[in-house]
Design a protein around this ligand. Sequence first.
Ligand SMILES: C[S@@+](CC[C@H](N)C(=O)[O-])C[C@H]1O[C@@H](n2cnc3c(N)ncnc32)[C@H](O)[C@@H]1O
Length: 246
Amino acid sequence: MSEYCNVCGCELTEQNKYMNNMCWDCKYGGHDEVEYLKQERDWTGNSKSTFVTLGASNHVEHDRAENDFYSTDPKALRIFLDKIEKDGDIKLAEHIWECACGNGALSKVLIANNYKVCSTDLIDRGFGLSGVNFLECQHLPDENECYEWDILTNPPFSKSLQFVEKALELVENGRYVIMFLKIQFLETKARKKLFEKYPPKFIYVNSERQLCYPNGDETKKISSATCYCWYIWEKGFNGEPIIRWI
Ligand SMILES: C[S@@+](CC[C@H](N)C(=O)[O-])C[C@H]1O[C@@H](n2cnc3c(N)ncnc32)[C@H](O)[C@@H]1O
């Protein structure tokens, strides 16, 4: 039976398997920089100096931010909101659920743009409502109200597929699920199945690299080697995705 990487979803083979449920690429925090790193790893697989040289992602296992906490540079959302306003085809609902809010980096931008935001997270990071496992949520925050809700977040990467599926399950038809994800989210067999079932309506690719901060520590910028995109699903959409560049 095939085995898949829990982080990126790729099929594990003799060549790419690092350990049960993880490929070598994800061991090194991404698929961009792996070709360099494979050549330099020691028996533990560690080779931090190469990350430093590349200025690239350095979330080797022992360094991974707690519960995948990387706060998004607010600028990434600001320029996305400006762009969709200019393009004019996406009209977000007044109410938005930031369902993995971290320290509120994205929520604060949404609030500043006059959205009514429900902010939740599994972990207490000093913002929003903590102890909420999004993957176990059964309904939108307004169970008894009739507001329209969209969901927007940068989810924990290791659970990003589950987050997208859960969000699409929860929102109403015609509403948006907007996720800030690596461009590599487009890859892998497991995610191909998702895209076939639920094609995103738009993908906005950041032509400039956007930053995320491990554990919300803005002095440690790590994502300079990672291209992030905004993936926008409109529930019920079944056409061909449109790709745009910011
Ligand atoms: C990549 S960080 C992004 C934080 C925030 N969305 C931002 O963009 O700055 C992912 C967040 O997901 C939270 N998280 C992890 N698993 C979760 C779960 N099952 N339910 C809700 N939040 C979760 C982590 O605690 C972390 O704060």
